[in-house]
Write a protein that binds this ligand. Sequence first.
Ligand code: LR7
Ligand code: MN
Length: 551
Amino acid sequence: MRRIRANAIAILTVAWILGTFYYLWQDSKPQSAAASSSSSASQTRRGHGQKAAQNQNQQLGSFDEKSYLSAKQLKPGDDPYREHAFNLQESDRLGGERAIRDTRHYRCAALNYDADLPSTSIIITFHNEARSTLLRTIKSVLMRSPPSLIQEIILIDDFSSDREQHQVQSHCRYVTFLRLNRLVFPASGLIRSRVRGASSASASILTFLDSHCEVNADWLQPMIQRVKEDHTRVVSPIIDVISLDNFAYLAASADLRGGFDWSLHFKWEQIPIEQKMARNDPTQPIRTPVIAGGIFVMDKSWFNHLGQYDTHMDIWGGENFELSFRVWMCGGSLEILPCSRVGHVFRKRHPYDFPEGNALTYIKNTRRAAEVWMDEYKQYYYSARPSAQGKAFGSITDRLTLRRKLNCKPFRWYMENVYPELRVPEQEAVSSVLKQGGLCLETRGTDGLGLAECRGIGGSRPQSQRWELIEPLIRQQDLCLAISAFTAGSKVKMEPCNTKEPRQKWKPKGPALQHMVSGLCLDSQTPTGPLVISQCRPQMASQSWEPQIIT
Ligand code: LR7
Ligand code: MN
């Protein structure tokens, strides 16, 4: 009897252990189903969505894919990378569609979306794209999107040399086509092309895609849902990697967001550790300081309200910073949605020409973004990219007017609230004397100031006459020049430095030093009198301060 009881307990224990293991295994099991059309979970949710998707796909039924693709095939002996900077032979071998792995976190498949999500216009601009990659982009959208969400697919051919690339259009009622003529050598560029596409869109939501993508299962619903809930959100998927060599579809990390350095070079970076620790739901959106730029969903009226794009930017590059700064600083937000995945062929070089070379174009475009949006922080852009100084970037008057009209926040707000992880570079302290006529500005006693005869030369200058001009501060060791009140005639004194203190912020105005908040200028009045601030008249001798670097 006791033995039977012992056996029963042993069996129950084993069953319990096995049960626990099974439960844990279920929970950590990666989603293995291929995203050939839609995931099974979403199929049941959408009822006959799957069937409709097939019908939609059949719209391409009469399209002779084989001859479309073979008309532009690689000739024997050709370098498969030459024309597109990816392996064309491999891409062509895959044809117009294929199954890809569903790379989402398994919990994504169980999420629900509103049944009445608005539809979107999908905008794809291309310049000399390969037929097979473009076709896979279009077909993956047709295969893996609920038909009710696709208003249209707008193809914008940005002056490609293959004039027959859009053939697919006449076989699918969802696809519309626009060919841009030679407006600017050699193409309009992706920025102006997208603006053209967006202005012809008929849906209330815009979805931008590069021309060599493959969208994954249920890619669209999470993005449209977030934008429907709040039209000021601009959302991106996680961008998976399609190998440029063998076209393998590889899952990207779900712990990344968009960032940059001061040269305005985009990079993927880890989510800050505190945010990562606070994330207990892997399906939650990830706030991102910038987006990669090519693949995102945005409300159309919000896109128009915020000024679309800066259409004076050429060909490629920089528009993603301009858009990202603008969205954040003018009242919106940017996020990456981990339950939306889109594959993209990342390349190592541009397979197309830039009118003035790609370096100059990148400088022009990023310089426009820096000049319009980065305020005093643009100095760090110029120190990181000294070659940008003096390069032409056209007029930015219209964009500055736009910024004023939209009443956007300063870049400092963006730095403090959106991207505090971006460190301001430690500046090399350069000491100068501040000369007025033959005299030098000096400190006296604990917080006093005055003009005195310049003493010493080079390294032998006294400490009381050495200044460090680190915008916005005018510094002497740990003390900074500060006004005592914001009105004309207020005395100027020295106090412990604090970059956030409005009384300590100065900037050059011609030869004068202007207090940034009061708008008044540092004035010696008389060589013997106290230092004050008064209305700026930079041509006046008592307001002229000439910094001379101490070597
Ligand atoms: O003159 C041109 N006209 C175009 O229509 C040059 C290019 N294009 C098209 C081109 O066919 C492609 O569809 O514009 C798109 C982007 O050009 P790519 O694919 O040659 O460049 P990319 O993948 O490096 O582009 C990334 O950076 C760009 C900066 O201007 C844009 O923001 C792209 O949209 C962006 N792509 C992505 O964000 C996808 C993810 C890559 C990353 C990071
Ligand atoms: Mn691309």
